[in-house]
Design a protein around this ligand. Structure first.
Ligand code: NAP
Length: 456
């Protein structure tokens, strides 16, 4: 018996799931085809992790080791629902795992959210990471910018906006992104969290990094640091919160010292505002003029309540970094509230809460957009053990032969890319960097990516 498995989504979740299944002790053979809508693999590691986070980008090394073993076939530039359908998968595989992640921005229902100059962080991240499906230019015309949210994505966005672009040159940022950032007139980036500094979702390493940006001053507000009982308890009981408090304390002391001294002022400032609940993005069809928020106060249990006091900060752009959201897939149940595929430990459930045979989920599309890349491993383990135990209910494909898929894609005129193609694109990007003494320059245009991959 041989399990023919399709995995849709070649990010860390899909690649780890394939790896875990291949290494799992089992009584049958396995052959895996990995489908990816982009011409290159690695999903959010290539198109979500900020370019100046080489440590996290290093995960690519581990993913590359897995795909380079050659025991997983990759079909890149193949969009599920258009180039390959659920019916096709049922004809040629025993089961499918969806690992399509969450790449959209969660909605924010406040007046002005649709004004020109109001952006979702996911879109901006896709732009600066050179995602082929996003515009090449970004309207970086604002001097003062608001970033909403207190997660790591908010810090990524704030850092990329505030950082001097020359300091990004050692990274793999595409040329168009560097040029866009060079033209930006930004001087002030304001980050707004709706709760307090001890209730943030970002992590200590990422916070500390902000304070190390060249020629960028961190601005905190003393009124945000009168800790309530819940905040004090969090510092005592949670190591991360403890370190975050230390970082803030150091910055506050540094600011107090600088106020006494005569150090030259930085040319850019990064302001952190806490207890600030979104109320309105103010402006008209010509653009944004300010961001309005309600001052909140701690409720004693880690939450906040409104105070009724409305404040306003002049800004010309707003970036909403309040979480990602998954996208529905053709023929597969979807939870519109949570933006995930409804599932029990990775077994997909229909709207009557019954297990759907042969269909599984893993990664962010399974559990929602929280957690670090490493968490997808335990997640995949759970999904894979169900897949294996469910052998009796897998699909019964009419043609499980491996040749059927390239044949089908060729008949449909799909220009798919494979592992050799990825190696060609990878080498091409590295070569582009050589004359500029850069490790790599990413190719952004999808047609060019496909042509280079296919050796055309
Ligand atoms: P996140 O960690 O869930 O943070 C979302 C933030 O948005 C929270 O501060 C949340 O506040 C706030 N928020 C949600 N709804 C809001 C609303 N209606 N109004 C105002 N604020 C609102 O999500 P994320 O930043 O998108 O990150 C996703 C995952 O990727 C996280 O696990 C993150 O650590 C990871 N990641 C890691 C890195 C890294 O460098 N290590 C980089 C990027 C992403 P509340 O807490 O009050 O709900």
């Amino acid at each position: 018996m041989k399990l023919r498995l399709a995995i849709v989504g070649a990010g860390p979740a899909g690649i780890y799931a394939a790896d875990i299944l291949l290494k799992y002790e089992r009584s049958f053979d396995v052959s895996i085809d990995l489908f990816e809508q982009l011409p290159a693999p690695y999903g959010l590691v290539r198109y979500g992790v900020a370019p100046d986070h080489p440590r996290i980008k290093g995960v690519i090394g581990a993913l590359r080791d897995i795909v380079d073993r050659g025991d997983i076939r990759i079909f890149g530039n193949v969009l599920y629902g258009r180039d390959i359908t659920l019916d096709d998968l049922k004809k040629h595989y025993h089961a499918v795992i969806f690992s399509t992640g969450a790449v959209r921005d969660a909605g924010l229902d406040i007046p002005g959210v649709d004004l020109p100059g109001s952006f979702g962080a996911a879109e901006f991240v896709s732009w600066y990471d050179g995602h082929p499906d996003y515009p090449r230019t970004w309207p970086l015309t604002a001097q003062s910018v608001a970033v909403l949210g207190n997660g790591n994505v908010a810090l990524d966005v704030a850092r990329i906006l505030a950082k001097h672009p020359d300091d990004l040159l050692p990274t793999d940022i595409p040329d168009n992104v560097y040029e866009g950032l060079v033209a930006s007139p930004v001087t002030d980036v304001h980050v707004f969290g709706r709760r307090g500094p001890m209730q943030v979702k970002f992590t200590p390493l990422e916070l500390r990094e902000l304070g190390e940006l060249r020629d960028v001053e961190m601005v905190l507000h003393e009124e945000d640091f009168h800790y309530d009982e819940a905040s004090r308890r969090a510092i005592e009981s949670n190591k991360q919160v403890f370190v975050i408090d230390k970082v803030f304390t150091k910055w506050r002391e540094r600011a107090a010292e600088q106020a006494q001294g005569e150090a030259a002022p930085a040319s850019r400032r990064l302001h952190l505002h806490f207890y600030a609940k979104p109320v309105e993005i103010v402006g008209d069809e010509n653009g944004i003029t300010s961001y309005r928020y309600e001052r909140t106060e701690p409720d004693g249990s880690g939450g906040v309540r409104g105070t009724g006091e409305i404040r306003e900060v002049p800004v010309q752009a707003v970036y909403r970094a309040i979480g990602y959201f998954g996208s529905p897939l053709d023929g597969i149940p979807f939870d519109d509230e949570r933006g995930v595929i409804p599932n029990h430990e990775g077994q997909v459930l229909n709207h009557h809460n019954e297990v759907v045979s042969g269909v599984y989920a893993t990664g962010w599309i399974k559990r929602g957009p929280v957690g670090l890349i490493g968490h997808t491993k335990s997640d995949a383990m759970e999904t894979i053990s169900h897949l294996i135990n469910d052998q009796g209910s897998w699909w019964d494909p009419v043609d499980p032969s491996p040749e059927a898929i390239p044949q089908l894609l060729a008949e449909r005129g799909v220009s798919w890319t494979d592992l050799d193609g990825w190696h060609r694109l990878d080498e091409h990007e590295v070569a582009l960097g050589v004359p500029h003494e850069r490790a790599r320059i990413k190719v952004v245009d999808r047609d060019v990516m496909v042509r280079v991959s296919r050796g055309e």
